[in-house]
Design a protein around this ligand. Structure first.
Ligand SMILES: NC(=O)c1ccc[n+]([C@@H]2O[C@H](COP(=O)([O-])OP(=O)(O)OC[C@H]3O[C@@H](n4cnc5c(N)ncnc54)[C@H](O)[C@@H]3O)[C@@H](O)[C@H]2O)c1
Length: 349
């Protein structure tokens, strides 16, 4: 039985607790948060026996074998390294770190500790994405020419997930001083990985980031709302393909939708996720259908999710993906996007 401790008990921690509770051979036995009342209601809601007010107390308790780090982004690096040095296996939330040099320290610490390490690039769980990657690897769409990808959210417009003007869980995401890298770090990381996973590495990026006005002086309480909320990226991939990628929190009419279309010289694949609808769909235009541009939906095999793969890796001792090294590679693309926005130039990777 793998004993898990969850560090950070806010919005996303609920998903970690629920997903681990569905897996045989593991049990969430501990949780940790600096916010005592949030911690207390979390352990009660998920029936977790041990609650710790500090990470040091959790790591030295002898009660856990592995941790899930579900804190805001600025804490990922130190908490991961502390946990790895204490001999824990680590599943860390995305983005892995605030920049590539921090992510490199984490990847190095993971290699040194020889513990299982994974980053929760959770949309690799999509059956459609895994199948699309498989078709591409088999050469079914030929040489890739174009990639079109978007991650569209609308929580700055729609109150469906809560009120961003009053709730900390949203406000920190809008403020650089609170460690947010804006939409680029929050969901841009997912869509860049969504492209990189089936298509391969990025050769160069050109990126424009925008922060739209959203409050008087763009200030609410302690939060200065300066983090980007829309990102537009054009990229060249190592295989020569061109990509256009968009991430936004202002995509009115789209609550939480990812789309990826990959066009090759023999065929094309289209992945569509509507996360609030649990919609995960793959359409393909292959073989003779290329002539009349006919798209057909393809059924996809079930893919184990990252929580399941994390536990399986610990049990088997065989590191699965995406590991910290994969998190680092996406982080390098994120840094290049920021540099491109600041310089107005294309940045080579
Ligand atoms: N993979 C995904 O699809 C996905 C989805 C949502 C959020 N996330 C990621 O999950 C992380 C957390 O997001 P959230 O929405 O749950 O945030 P949140 O603000 O709702 O919760 C974070 C919690 O961490 C606690 N915390 C902060 N510093 C701490 C520390 N040093 N030790 C212990 N606890 C600490 C806070 O008190 C808070 O309760 C972020 O990195 C975010 O990017 C990932």
């Amino acid at each position: 039985m793998i004993r898990i401790g969850i560090i950070g008990t806010g919005g996303m921690a609920r998903v970690h607790a629920e997903e681990f509770s569905k897996i045989a051979n593991c049990e969430v036995v501990a949780a940790c948060d600096l916010n005592a009342s949030r911690l207390a209601s979390f352990v009660e809601a998920h029936n977790i026996p041990y609650a710790f007010g500090s990470v040091e107390a959790l790591l030295s308790s002898g009660q856990v074998d592995a941790v899930s780090i579900v804190t805001p982004d600025p804490f990922h690096k130190n908490l991961s390294i502390q946990a790895l040095e204490a001999g824990m296996h680590v599943l860390c939330e995305k983005p892995l770190a605030l920049n590539a040099s921090d992510a490199k320290e984490m990847a190095d610490a993971a290699k040194k500790a020889k513990c299982i390490n994974m980053v929760n690039l959770s949309y690799r769980n999509a059956h459609s994405l895994q199948k699309a990657r498989e078709l591409i690897a088999m050469g079914r769409i030929g040489n890739i020419r174009h990639v079109e990808a978007s991650y569209l959210q609308s929580w700055l417009v729609s109150p469906k997930w809560g009120d961003w003007k009053t709730e900390d869980t949203w406000l920190w995401r809008l403020s650089s001083a609170h460690g947010s890298k804006g939409v680029l770090g929050d969901v841009g990381v997912h869509i860049l990985d969504f492209v990189r996973f089936p298509v391969g590495d990025f050769a160069s990026v050109n990126c424009t980031l925008t922060t739209f006005d959203k409050a008087e002086n763009n200030q609410i309480g302690e939060y200065h709302l300066d983090a980007n909320d829309s990102a537009l990226i054009t990229a060249r991939m190592n295989n020569g393909a061109m990509a256009s990628i968009h991430a936004s929190r202002w995509a009115t009419g789209h609550l939480n939708d990812l789309r990826l279309v990959i066009h090759g010289d023999k065929g094309a694949v289209k992945v569509s996720l509507q996360l609030d609808q649990e919609w995960d769909r793959l359409e393909v235009c292959l073989d003779d259908d290329v002539i009349d541009c006919v798209w057909k939906e393809l059924k996809c095999d079930h893919t184990p999710n990252i929580y399941q793969r994390f536990i399986q890796s610990i049990l088997s001792g065989v590191q699965d993906q995406p590991d910290f090294e994969a998190g680092l590679q996406v982080q390098r693309v994120l840094d290049a996007c920021e540099q491109s926005d600041q310089s107005g130039q294309t940045v080579l990777l």
